[in-house]
Design a binder for this molecule. Structure first.
Ligand SMILES: CC(C)(COP(=O)(O)OP(=O)(O)OC[C@H]1O[C@@H](n2cnc3c(N)ncnc32)[C@H](O)[C@@H]1OP(=O)(O)O)[C@@H](O)C(=O)NCCC(=O)NCCS
Length: 177
C-alpha cells in the first residue's frame, strides 16, 4: 500500500491482553498503576510503529485516571489506534477493559492519550504518514485531536496562549452552551 496519501486508522489498530499475576499487584491485590501504564505504553508503541513503519518514542502522556481497580486474575485488554498524525508526532488513544474470567463481564477502566514521535536513522524526529479518518467517529476523534495537541503543547511550554486557537475556540463554545 502506498503511504504517500496517508494511512487509515485501522492500520494502527492494536489489541493486546494480559493476565494480572500476583507480581503485578499492590498490597490490596489490585493491579499496580505503573504496570498498567507500562502495558499502555507498549500497546501505543505498537500502534505508532505500525503507522509510521519505524521506531517511535513516547513524548508525553495526557492525564490518566484510574476509575476502577483491576483485580488479580482478571484479564486486561488494551486497544489502541492513532487518532491523528501531525508532522513527526502522533496522538494515540488507548482504551483499557478489565474482564472477570469467571463471569465474562467486562468494564472500561481507563482511557488515555499518548503522544509518540517517530525517530529516523539519524536519531532525529522524522515525518510520518497522515491519518485518513473514514467513519464519523474517526473524523470526530481526528478533529478533537488538534485541540488536545494545542493544550498539551501549551502545558509543555511549547505554545503561547495566542497560539492555541482551536483550544480557545473550544473553551469559548463550551462556555456558551
Ligand atoms: C520527543 C522528542 C523526540 C522531541 O524532540 P525535539 O528535539 O523536541 O523535537 P521537535 O521540537 O522537532 O519536536 C518533534 C515533535 O515532538 C512533539 N513534541 C515535543 N514535545 C512534546 C510534548 N511534551 N508533548 C507532545 N508532543 C511533543 C512536537 O510537537 C513535534 O511534533 P510535530 O513534528 O508533529 O509537530 C525528544 O524530546 C525525546 O527524545 N524525548 C525522549 C523520548 C523518550 O525517551 N521517551 C521515553 C521516556 S522514558
Amino acid at each position: 500500500m502506498s503511504t504517500d496519501q496517508g494511512k487509515p486508522v485501522s492500520a494502527s489498530q492494536t489489541i493486546m491482553s494480559e493476565l494480572v499475576l500476583p507480581n503485578d499487584t499492590n498490597g490490596l491485590g489490585n493491579l499496580m498503576g505503573g504496570r498498567l501504564l507500562h502495558w499502555m505504553d507498549i500497546c501505543a508503541a505498537i500502534s505508532t510503529q505500525r503507522h509510521s513503519g519505524g521506531v517511535c518514542v513516547t513524548a508525553s502522556v495526557d492525564n490518566v485516571q484510574f476509575h476502577s481497580p483491576i483485580l488479580q486474575s482478571e484479564i486486561v485488554t488494551l486497544q489502541s489506534h492513532i487518532n491523528r498524525a501531525f508532522r513527526t508526532s502522533m496522538e494515540v488513544e488507548i482504551n483499557v477493559d478489565a474482564e472477570n474470567p469467571r463471569t465474562g463481564q467486562k468494564r472500561r477502566c481507563n482511557s488515555a492519550y499518548f503522544t509518540f514521535v517517530s525517530i529516523g536513522m539519524d536519531g532525529r524526529p522524522s515525518p510520518v504518514p497522515a491519518i485518513l479518518p473514514q467513519s464519523d467517529e474517526e473524523i470526530e476523534r481526528f478533529e478533537q485531536a488538534q485541540r488536545r495537541r494545542e493544550f498539551r503543547l501549551y502545558m509543555a511550554g511549547r505554545l503561547t496562549p495566542e497560539q492555541i486557537v482551536d483550544f480557545q475556540a473550544y473553551l469559548h463554545s463550551v462556555r456558551n452552551t
